[in-house]
Design a binder for this molecule. Structure first.
Ligand SMILES: *Cc1c(COP(=O)(O)O)cnc(C)c1O
Length: 456
């Protein structure tokens, strides 16, 4: 009946919908390719105090950049110690980011808000849209790129549950490198689909311990049916890289350059909140080694430290791997065998054996030195949840939003749900943002256990 006011069809359609009481609102805030950030953010110069240097395990003296050259390309070593606040993302990497669906949407969880009957707004950043299924391609692509540029032909790495191995296999394939993945034997046998994804991308996958390295042979001599561990797999991958001049090693979390590559997530998120003309009261991420949390929050933490934002930051971990909430802040090895430099971080001890929870990506004894310092300085708050309450939150999210979260991601969801319920109690319109680090389509075994009432 208002047709004669406007000849544009779209106007009529919108009007009709509103007049029937139907309000269709977008739930995603998107960025165009042109709007995608062109720089990573380096938090090192903005930290409350200078980061304690990694130490050589033998001399206990700070390591020099050349100590690392057998393992990493020069460009990544320079980024590890960079003092500039922003670093240009190479064009080839930007193109790779577009292949893995960047920029990723910031989505409003309207279904979850409705289910919780909360006045809070809940947003989640969609890192599950990468074809590898998680945020890890944000660093695997630049790592493969810089190695390729310096003439490296192969990369070795370790993988536990398989998410990092999948992301690095995709990136090596993209930039024409060979990829050798040592996969913890227990996962190799139990998680065949991640293993096959890596093989589809062209990687060579061996169960660890293997008889391809001296360290692996030593472990197999002790126990031919050794189930393996992430620590052993790291040692095998490093040993293989050290033996061959054309082969280097790649790590998927913990190190400064990895945290920095992941800040593409948080840089996008800041632009998206600017478009919404809102500022989050809380930003939440789960922490294994700390890379998705760092990537999501560091750009905002930089703003907060300069008094330009007023946001609280919450790191979430499992109660059975409580490095940030119950670990010691001290120098420790990054691996189990003691081959890596010593890092100042929250740690449960490098020989800590985590229980076999479904959130395989959170089963790490330490946490990134940058994230650890921010927790130590009380810039970031750490909380821990149990597996069952985490899966209960994951189920609620899946039914409200239709997306099945990774068990790791579900830790962040649980924290967001708790904050949304607190906001309901106090009738506060809080804005809660979480990093949706990955999907759980290859983790359905965990959901099966939960649904069958068999989870402890
Ligand atoms: C690897 C992984 C994590 C944990 O690693 P961080 O370095 O702490 O981010 C969390 N979520 C998903 C989906 C992962 O694949």
């Amino acid at each position: 009946m208002f047709v004669h006011y406007c000849s544009k069809k779209i106007y009529i359609v919108q009007h009709v919908m509103v007049s029937r009481g139907i309000h269709v609102k977008p739930v995603k805030t998107e960025l165009t390719a042109e709007e995608m950030p062109r720089k990573w953010y380096n938090i090192l110069p903005d930290l409350p105090e200078p980061l304690a240097p990694p130490l050589n395990p033998e001399t206990k003296k700070p390591i020099s950049p050349t100590d690392l050259e057998a393992l990493f390309p020069k460009a990544l070593i320079a980024q590890e110690m960079a003092s500039a606040s922003y670093i240009d993302i190479p064009e080839e990497v930007l193109q790779g980011y577009m292949m893995v669906n960047r920029p990723s949407p910031l989505q409003r969880a309207v279904g979850l808000e409705r289910a919780l009957k909360t006045p809070a707004k809940i947003y989640f950043k969609r890192e599950d849209m990468s074809p590898a299924g998680s945020h890890k391609t944000n660093t695997s692509l630049p790592q493969a790129y810089y190695n390729m540029k310096e003439g490296v032909q192969n990369l070795t790495t370790e993988t536990g549950a398989g998410q990092w191995g999948t992301a690095l296999s995709l990136a090596c394939n993209h930039f024409g490198l060979g990829c050798k993945v040592f996969m913890v034997r227990a996962s190799y046998d139990q998680k065949p689909y991640r293993r096959e994804m890596m093989r589809v991308y062209g990687a060579d996958v061996s169960p660890s311990p293997s008889n391809l390295t001296e360290f692996g042979k030593k472990m197999l001599a002790k126990d031919p049916n050794h189930p393996g561990s992430l620590g052993i797999a790291i040692s095998e991958a490093m040993e293989m890289a050290l033996k061959d001049g054309k082969t280097k090693y790649s790590l998927g979390s913990v190190l400064n350059h990895v945290m920095m590559h992941q800040t593409i997530i948080g840089e996008e998120t800041l632009l998206q909140f600017k478009k919404l003309d809102e500022e989050p009261d809380y930003m939440i991420g789960c922490v294994g080694g700390g890379s998705n949390f760092a990537g999501f929050t560091f750009p905002a933490i930089g703003q907060m430290l300069k008094k330009k934002m007023n946001t609280e930051f919450i790191a979430v971990e499992p109660t059975v791997v409580p490095s940030l909430t119950n670990g010691k802040y001290e120098y420790d090895f990054g691996d189990t065998a003691g081959m890596t430099p010593l890092l100042l971080m929250y740690t449960l001890g490098h020989d800590f054996v985590p229980s076999p929870i479904h959130a395989g990506g959170l089963r790490y004894h330490g946490a990134a030195p940058t994230v650890s310092q921010l927790v130590n300085k009380k810039v970031v708050k750490a909380v821990a949840y149990q597996q069952k309450e985490v899966f209960s939150a994951a189920m609620m999210f899946a039914r409200a939003e239709g997306i099945i979260p990774a068990p790791e991601t579900a830790h962040a969801i649980k924290a967001a749900v708790d904050l949304a319920l607190e906001a309901k109690k106090k009738n506060e319109k809080k804005i809660i943002a979480l990093n949706f680090s990955g999907h759980g389509l290859l983790d359905l075994g965990g959901y099966q256990q939960y649904l069958d009432g068999k989870m402890v």
